[in-house]
Ligand binder design. Structure first.
Ligand code: HEC
Length: 253
C-alpha cells in the first residue's frame, strides 16, 4: 500500500519530534525546547526538499491541501478545519503569553547597598562622608532647629503624604495602587536603621536611583532631585526623624 504523501510527511515529522523528546521523557534529561525548535526547523525543510524534488511528490503533497480548499464537495471538512486550526493556534499562543499573578522568584532587597557617590543637584556627593548640615543645630541652636523641622514638615505635606501617609505610616491615599508599597517610616525597620546620607540618596534619586537588587518590582518613589532643592531634602529628613522619634544611625564617634 502506498501511503499518501501528506500523511507520510506528517508521520515523519511526528516521529522525529518524538525522537528528540525521548531523552526528556525516558531519561529525564530533556533537550532544551529552543534547540528542539531549531532541529525541527531543519528536519521540516529537509523533508520538504526531499518530497518536492519530483513533480509527482509535489502533487502528492500539495494536492490534498488544494483539494480541501477548492473542492466544492469538501465544504463541510473545510469548515471544520478552518475552525479547528485557528482555535489550536490561539490556544498554543495563549499558553505562551498567559498572564501570571505569581510574584517573581527573585527576592527584592528593600535596603540595597547605596552607591559610593551620587550625582544630584549638579554636584557629586560622597555618601560615605555626607552628613546632614543641619543636624548639629539640634544642640547648637534648638530654636533654629525647630524652625527647620517645621519647614521640613511643610515639604512633607506638600509632596510626600499622598504616598507615605499623613502619619508617616505608609498609608497615603495613593499607597494601595503601588507595588512595592510606600515605606512606613514609623516601622522600626526603615529610617530607624538608616543614616541620613542613605535617605538623602533615596529621596533625591527615588525609585530610578535604585540598583538592580531592588528590582524586579519597580518603585514609584519619585526622583525628588528634580522637584525639590538640596535644602528641602535635608529639612524633610529632619522632619521624618523628628516626627517618628527615631535617631538616625551614625558612625561611632
Ligand atoms: C508616588 C508615591 C511616593 C511619593 C509621593 C513619595 N514616595 Fe517615598 N517611597 C515610595 C515608595 C513606593 C517607596 C518604597 C520603594 C522604594 O524603596 O523605592 C518609597 C521609599 C522611600 C524612602 C526609602 C525608605 C527606606 O527605608 O529605604 C524614603 C526615605 C522616602 N520614600 C522618602 C520620601 C519623601 C521624603 C517623599 C517626599 C519628598 C516621598 N518619599 C514621596 C513612594 C513615594
Amino acid at each position: 500500500m502506498k501511503i499518501p504523501r501528506l500523511l507520510l510527511f506528517v508521520i515523519i515529522v511526528a516521529v522525529v519530534y518524538g525522537i528528540f523528546k525521548a531523552p526528556g521523557f525516558f531519561l529525564k534529561q530533556p533537550i532544551p525546547s529552543s534547540l528542539i525548535l531549531m532541529y525541527m526547523f531543519f528536519v521540516v525543510i529537509t523533508v520538504l526538499l526531499w518530497m518536492t524534488s519530483t513533480e509527482e511528490g509535489m502533487q502528492g503533497l500539495v494536492g490534498p491541501i488544494k483539494a480541501l480548499i477548492e473542492d466544492p464537495g469538501k465544504k463541510r471538512l473545510r469548515n471544520i478545519v478552518f475552525v479547528i486550526v485557528p482555535l489550536v493556534a490561539g490556544f498554543i499562543t495563549y499558553q505562551q503569553i498567559k498572564p501570571s499573578y505569581e510574584a517573581p522568584v527573585e527576592l527584592r532587597s528593600i535596603h540595597p547597598a547605596p552607591p559610593a557617590s551620587i550625582k544630584v543637584f549638579n554636584k557629586t556627593f560622597s555618601l560615605q562622608t555626607l552628613e546632614n548640615p543641619y543636624r548639629k543645630l539640634e544642640k547648637e541652636d534648638p530654636a533654629k532647629f525647630t524652625q527647620l523641622v517645621k519647614e521640613g514638615g511643610e515639604v512633607y505635606f506638600k509632596n510626600c503624604f499622598y504616598c507615605h501617609g499623613d502619619k508617616l505610616n505608609g498609608r497615603g491615599h495613593y499607597a494601595h495602587g503601588f507595588n512595592p508599597l510606600p515605606l512606613n517610616f514609623t516601622d522600626i525597620g526603615t529610617i530607624a536603621q538608616l543614616q541620613e546620607s542613605f535617605l538623602f540618596w533615596r529621596i533625591s534619586t527615588g525609585g530610578p536611583g535604585l540598583p538592580k537588587e531592588a528590582a524586579p518590582w519597580i518603585s514609584s518613589m519619585p526622583i525628588w532631585g528634580n522637584f525639590l532643592t538640596e535644602d528641602d531634602v535635608w529639612k524633610v529628613i529632619l522632619f521624618l526623624y523628628n516626627y517618628t522619634g527615631y535617631v538616625p544611625r551614625s558612625w561611632e564617634k
